[in-house]
Write a protein that binds this ligand. Structure first.
Ligand SMILES: [Zn+2]
Length: 258
């Protein structure tokens, strides 16, 4: 009995510890009283892709340098809805772009998983820090001469552009970014980060250096079998207009920002 109990406890602890780097473990224990809701946990095994395919691969010169631009699609059958008030779909197709620079196989490359933010990426919004993080990632990849920027079409943490704008309205009335999503019937975060993991594996990568402040992205890649040998901070200077947004990401979503 004693031995069985010890083995049982050891298996539980090792299962929890195995895929988590020490800083993430320390961070998670320090937030144990306020754990991240189940709905925001990444790599939901109940929603595997039935297929992930590359649909395009072309030259892509940019002001940052020369990339290849690759298009990927992942098909999910019977996806779990992110909003219980919306009709369930039989199939959902997720798409993502991979900007690839240089020889990504010589050493674990720099990788950024960036979620689409029209308001930030295109209009330079100061409600969030997305555009600055995108520029930080592009500069890091260009400086290294190699790397991958994965751009997921998941506006507003996956709730879509119109819902995100409605969430902005609610934030103007005093809610934070998570409270607003929940008020609209959505989960706090609809992203799972499965597609980027599958794309990296499709590109033949087993290890990466990930630019992120989000421990869930690290965890998602590790659970999918892509080792994160280094986490590179994506922290950028805050603006008076996005301080509360960054505070919510730090305190409620566990982002590693000061
Ligand atoms: Zn943004």
């Amino acid at each position: 009995m004693g031995t069985d109990w010890f083995v049982f406890c050891e298996s539980i602890v090792s299962r929890f510890v195995r895929h988590r780097p020490l800083p993430m473990l320390l961070h998670q224990f320090s937030h144990f009283r306020n754990p991240i809701p189940v709905s925001t946990r990444p790599y939901n095994q109940k929603m595997p892709f039935s297929v992930v395919r590359k649909v395009a691969d072309a030259d892509f010169p940019t002001r940052w340098g020369q990339f290849r631009i690759l298009g990927f699609e992942g098909v999910i059958d019977n996806p779990l809805p992110c909003n219980d008030n919306l009709p369930a779909l039989a199939t959902r197709i997720e798409s993502a772009v991979a900007l690839v620079m240089g020889d990504i196989h010589a050493a674990p490359p720099i990788v950024r998983i960036h979620s689409q933010c029209l308001t930030g990426d295109v209009f330079h919004s100061l409600r969030c820090d997305c555009r600055q993080q995108l520029e930080l990632a592009m500069a890091a990849i260009t400086d290294a001469g190699t790397g991958i920027l994965l751009y997921e079409q998941q506006e507003g943490r996956g709730i879509g552009l119109m819902a995100k704008l409605r969430a902005y309205e609610l934030q103007d009335q005093g809610m934070d970014t998570i409270e607003a999503n929940l008020e609209l019937g959505y989960k706090a975060d609809c992203r799972e980060f499965e597609l980027p993991a599958e794309i990296l594996k499709h590109l033949g990568l087993k290890a990466v250096r990930l630019i992120t402040n989000n421990p869930q992205k690290v965890e998602a890649l590790e659970l999918a079998g892509v080792k994160v040998v280094e986490r590179i901070s994506a922290e950028v200077p805050s603006e008076p207009t996005n301080e509360r947004y960054l505070q919510t990401k730090r305190e409620k979503m566990g982002h590693l920002v000061s």
